[in-house]
Design a protein around this ligand. Structure first.
Ligand SMILES: Cc1cc2nc3c(=O)[nH]c(=O)nc-3n(C[C@H](O)[C@H](O)[C@H](O)COP(=O)(O)OP(=O)(O)OC[C@H]3O[C@@H](n4cnc5c(N)ncnc54)[C@H](O)[C@@H]3O)c2cc1C
Ligand code: FES
Length: 279
């Protein structure tokens, strides 16, 4: 994958303009950051310095969930879809209008679409791994030519999908699977993917996926078997976010004695070709 922007990562001071709580630890933080919004592409991420204090020391990586525009269509900011898992996300979940945060980005490579506009693009997300796909719907849905986009959303339960109305409001074509059957098809999201790929009848397709490693692994194996190209947005644990610390490596196939090499996902990805990863 080649980068879709030649811009260097920039530092931004962003102002929180709104916070929405979806329950069960999920929240959306709207950030005013026009320069970042103007350069951010779907699939890229930014690193948030949660607080201008010693702790938490490291910046936390997040996808841009939504791209915010003004009435004239000019990008004014981005939003973060967050899920509370620790100290940093807990602090973000408590932020309010007027709070300031520091972030750097865009980081990493964007998703790239195939040239053939007839290619059906499946976005397969699990839980908080759905975060990069609203920006994708905004970026590609209204494009010229219009892209054939299908979002396959998976979660354990309806309570992990309180934010799905944001996709519905954006006009996304969504199919849902939950493990407990509380909404959509009962089962894993891979059930939906297998059915959709089987129904293609020769139509070209591509799969983008983001979520838990085991889900992406299953998605990758289904796609490899079906001969459909697939790309995973890896949410590796990161420290620096720009290639210095080696904290984010994944194994990719390579012509070495071991048959693989370590790739720094923050700079080589985080969008990686599924067929090249060692799962
Ligand atoms: C490129 C990228 C994009 C991301 N986008 C989003 C997003 O849009 N929304 C969102 O909510 N989260 C996203 N994440 C994950 C998010 O960065 C982490 O959840 C966050 O850094 C945790 O910070 P914390 O201080 O709350 O938790 P910590 O106190 O740092 O950790 C709490 C627990 O979470 C685990 N953890 C920390 N980071 C990760 C991770 N990357 N993957 C899995 N487990 C982790 C830790 O091992 C620990 O068990 C993304 C990660 C990456 C790399
Ligand atoms: S997070 Fe430091 S090298 Fe990738």
């Amino acid at each position: 994958m080649s980068t879709t922007t030649e811009r260097q990562p920039l530092l931004h001071d962003a102002t929180v303009t709104r916070r929405v709580d979806f329950g069960h630890g999920y929240f959306e933080l709207f950030l005013e950051a026009p320069e970042l919004a103007a350069s951010m592409q779907a699939g890229q991420f930014f690193n948030i310095r949660v607080r201008n204090e010693l702790f938490p020391l490291l910046r936390r990586p997040f996808s841009s969930f939504d791209l915010i525009k003004d009435v004239r269509g000019r990008p004014t900011g981005v939003s973060v879809l967050g899920h509370v898992v620790g100290q940093g996300t807990r602090m973000l979940a408590q932020m309010d209008e007027g709070d300031r945060i520091h972030l750097n980005g865009p980081l990493g490579h964007a998703f790239e679409l195939p040239e053939d506009p007839n290619t059906r693009i499946f976005m397969v997300g699990g839980g908080i791994g759905l975060a990069p796909f609203l920006h994708s719907v905004r970026q590609w849905g209204g494009g010229e030519p219009a892209r054939d986009l299908v979002l396959l959303a998976g979660a354990r339960s309806q309570r992990d999908l309180g934010f799905m109305k944001r996709f519905a409001n954006a006009g996304a074509n969504v199919l849902i699977a939950t493990e407990d059957g509380s909404v959509g098809v009962k089962g894993r999201v891979t059930v939906l993917l297998e059915a959709e790929l089987a129904a293609l009848k020769g139509k070209p397709a591509m799969v983008l996926t983001c979520g838990p490693w085991a889900m992406m692994d299953a998605v990758a194996q289904i796609c490899i078997q079906a001969g459909v190209p697939s790309y995973a947005s890896l949410e590796s644990i990161m420290a620096c976010g720009y290639g210095v610390c080696n904290g984010c490596v994944a194994r990719v196939k390579a012509d070495t004695d071991e048959g693989f090499r370590y790739a720094k996902t923050c700079v080589e990805g985080t969008v990686m070709d599924c067929s090249k990863l060692i799962w």
